[in-house]
Design a protein around this ligand. Structure first.
Ligand code: NAP
Length: 360
């Protein structure tokens, strides 16, 4: 049970539902805001709780109702769920039913053979841990975080079905699965009676793998349409590369300076040239580059439509700027053609290996 914390004075903006568009998630009845906030970075014990709280408050005030977590987000692993749970209790307890809260398991979480992968043993224990950390009785969406070549796909899907049927999650999803594996996973889940509603792939103007046909001739976006699933595109800002952050070098305090998941070596002259060109196009549209990068993943002219863009933010100002994307989501054919010349794969997809599986 959630109880009110010591500071229950947060009153969300009354107009929070006035500008954010919501899209229906595939063939499900669930609607998601076109911009969702992820807590992979910036919500660990290395960041002040007050900043985390300010980011979450600002996001919710702007209509962002979907917060994306995973068991291993931190540092240390688990800290983001703990910190989110604290803020939830203090600020959002009254608004729990206005929120979609997601978690995942798949990457390394605890020592030994049961702390990673796709086994029923790992997934069920992990979701129970996530619920305890966040102080929740259920999450809205639970994902298998990446394919596990060692576990039969049937076992992983049965575990997701069990997690939903037992009330631990309302909906099930998968992340970083290929087009072929997604189709098989959905077939199993349909037979079990708990269709997958969402896929979480990486996608940005510098990482376009979900548009490319796989061995079966279908792209992931095409496979999702066929499977009746929605999608949430993660790292639409290429971890910050598709913003004005790195136009004049690597600033102190930025993710590239932290030597974590964004390798500053990716900011080559060629890639920076593309980013500068894209920045000029964004300026001509009256948007920041971050706003255009978000609008682009959400564009209607894609092979299949992305439901929501999953961004990160290290300050309330960043999430506010990013949400401003909703004021201009449309693109002319000319703009898209100009963007296509610059928006080419740039070797930044560190999750590429995770899509491969012996199941294909
Ligand atoms: P991102 O939105 O591509 O990058 C976020 C970073 O960009 C911020 O930390 C900030 O960098 C910078 N930024 C954000 N808004 C900005 C703005 N308006 N102007 C200038 N800079 C801005 O996404 P991400 O944080 O890498 O990932 C988003 C979420 O996707 C994660 O939190 C997680 O929920 C999810 N994800 C899922 C997987 C998976 O395997 N399923 C993998 C990765 C991520 P600074 O920190 O430098 O300020």
């Amino acid at each position: 049970m959630l109880t009110y914390g010591p500071d229950a004075h947060y009153v969300p903006a009354e107009n929070r539902y006035e500008t954010m568009p919501f899209r229906r998630l595939g063939e499900s009845g669930l609607k998601l805001p076109v911009i969702s906030l992820g807590l992979w970075h910036n919500f660990g014990d290395d960041k002040p709780l007050a900043t985390q709280r300010a980011i979450l408050r600002r996001a919710f005030d702007l209509g962002v109702t979907h917060f994306d977590l995973a068991n291993n987000y931190g540092p240390p692993a688990g800290a983001a769920e703990l910190n989110f749970g604290r803020i939830l209790q203090q600020d959002f307890a009254r608004h729990r039913d206005e929120l979609v809260i997601s978690s995942k398991a798949g990457w390394d979480m605890w020592p030994g053979p049961y702390g990673f992968g796709g086994s029923r043993k790992y997934l069920v224990s992990s979701v129970d841990q996530s619920l305890r950390r966040m102080g929740l009785d259920h999450v809205d969406i639970f994902y298998h975080h990446r394919p596990d070549p060692e576990t039969p796909l049937e076992e992983t899907m049965r575990a997701l079905d069990h997690i939903v049927r037992s009330g631990r999650a309302l909906y099930a999803g998968i992340s970083s699965y290929s087009a072929e594996l997604t189709a098989r996973a959905q077939q199993i889940m349909r037979e079990l009676g708990t269709p997958l509603v969402i896929h979480q792939p990486s996608y940005s103007m510098l990482n376009r793998w979900i548009e490319a046909p796989g061995p079966s001739g279908t792209s992931l976006l095409g496979a999702l349409t066929e499977a009746g699933m929605g999608s949430i595109a993660f790292t639409p800002l290429a971890q910050g590369m598709l913003t004005a952050r790195y136009l004049d070098g690597v600033p102190e305090g930025s993710r590239a300076a932290a030597e974590k998941s964004l390798d500053p070596g990716w900011l080559t002259d060629t890639t920076l040239e593309k980013i500068r060109g894209l920045n000029d196009i964004a300026a001509a549209r009256g948007q920041s580059l971050a706003q255009m990068a978000i609008a682009w993943v959400l564009r209607e002219q894609a092979v299949g439509q992305v439901t929501t863009a999953l961004v990160g933010a290290s300050s309330p100002e960043q999430i506010q700027d990013s949400v401003g994307a909703v004021h201009r989501l449309d693109f002319t054919e000319e703009e898209l053609a100009e963007i296509d010349r610059l928006a080419t794969d740039s070797d930044i997809n560190i999750w590429a290996g995770a899509t491969e599986s012996k199941h294909e």
